[in-house]
Write a protein that binds this ligand. Structure first.
Ligand SMILES: Nc1ncnc2c1ncn2[C@@H]1O[C@H](COP(=O)(O)OP(=O)(O)OP(=O)(O)O)[C@@H](O)[C@H]1O
Ligand SMILES: [Mg+2]
Length: 218
């Protein structure tokens, strides 16, 4: 199949081509191709150490491949929720504060949050099931609740590309369901979403699946 330039311009937000990554002298990715499309969910699966997180870091622009090409649509807004997030236990910020930080990119430093912005933050907190915890300090939450707060932050960012690294790992069934629903909402709103998971069954379906095996597409 040949790519029509029109299709390329309108739906492709990220193209990863023939990407190789060497970490610590170890080849973490070898010759990986992947495309993220607006409004679609790409699931990345594979065993521990197969390169899933490395691929997300490449997509986020945090790692530069040793070979290959990464193309992002111009002006792309990216939200990245990493696999593990170390937050200082005494960080004096509430769940609402953390979610509201997702607004910063759009508000700019000089504009105060308006009523509609505050409502969008409250909606996102609701969407991930954290309303009862909205006023609690982020450091006082469980790991899973924290992960959901970061997902809510990604929601209010209205990013074009959302990268989620095992967002459901270690969460209970209800939380997993909330996150699967949130992912559905993101793609329905037109975001391209890439999710790393160990269990495709916990997603409400994926448009594409990339399976990694020792750094290669399996
Ligand atoms: N920060 C790092 N520094 C050096 N090497 C790393 C780093 N992170 C990962 N690696 C190496 O890169 C390879 C791929 O790791 P990666 O974290 O991408 O795997 P993964 O598929 O996300 O695994 P998991 O399912 O355990 O999260 C592994 O061999 C790993 O040891
Ligand atoms: Mg990983």
């Amino acid at each position: 199949m040949t790519d029509s330039p029109l299709l390329l311009d309108t739906t492709r937000v990220l193209t990863v081509h023939d990407v190789h990554v060497v970490r610590d002298g170890h080849v973490a990715l070898r010759g990986i191709d992947a495309v993220a499309h607006a409004g679609r969910l790409l699931a990345v699966v594979g065993a521990n150490g197969s390169g899933k997180s490395t691929l997300l870091e490449v997509a986020a622009g945090l790692l530069v491949p040793s070979r290959g090409e990464v193309r992002r649509r111009e002006g792309l807004r990216i939200a990245f929720v990493p696999q593990t997030t170390a937050l200082p236990a005494h960080l004096p910020l509430t769940v609402t504060d953390i979610v509201a930080m997702g607004m910063w990119g759009r508000l700019g430093a000089w504009r105060r949050a308006r009523r509609a912005d505050r409502a969008a933050v409250a909606d996102a907190v609701d969407a991930v099931g954290l309303r009862p915890h909205a006023a609690r300090r982020i450091g006082a939450l469980s790991g899973g609740q924290r992960q959901r707060a970061l997902l809510a932050q990604a929601l209010v960012q209205r990013a074009d590309l959302v990268l989620l690294d095992e967002p459901m790992a270690g969460l209970d069934a209800r939380s997993r369901e909330i996150i699967a629903g949130t992912i559905g909402r993101l793609t329905a709103d037109g975001a391209a979403v890439i999710v790393v998971t160990h269990d495709l069954g916990e997603l409400h379906g994926a448009d594409e699946v990339l399976t990694l095996h020792e750094g290669r597409a399996a």
